[in-house]
Write a protein of this length. Structure first.
Length: 85
C-alpha cells in the first residue's frame, strides 16, 4: 500500500524511482536525476539541468543530491552509477 500516492512530492522528498546510468558524451539522460549513487567511488562529470558542467567526487553507497541531465563518459571514473528521480 502506498500511503503517499495522492501527495505531490516536494524537492526535499525522497526519490521514487531509479535507473542504471551508462555515461555518454553525446546524449542527455532520458530522465533527469534528483540524486546519483555509485558502487565504486570516484569522480562523475556531469551537466546539471541548468546547463552548468563540472566534476564531483561521489563516495560509494551514498545519495549525492544533484539534478543532472547528462553523465559524461570522459572525466567519469566512478562506476556502478545509478540515477534516482
Amino acid at each position: 500500500m502506498d500511503h503517499f500516492k495522492s501527495t505531490v512530492p516536494g524537492l526535499d522528498a525522497p526519490p521514487s524511482g531509479l535507473f542504471a546510468i551508462t555515461p555518454d558524451d553525446a546524449a542527455d539522460l532520458a530522465v533527469f536525476t534528483r540524486a546519483v549513487n555509485v558502487t565504486v567511488p570516484g569522480h562523475v562529470r556531469l551537466t546539471a539541468v541548468d546547463g552548468t558542467e563540472g566534476r564531483v567526487f561521489v563516495a560509494a553507497g551514498i545519495l549525492f543530491a544533484v539534478r543532472a541531465r547528462r553523465i559524461w563518459a570522459t572525466g567519469t571514473d566512478a562506476a556502478g552509477i545509478t540515477g534516482l528521480y
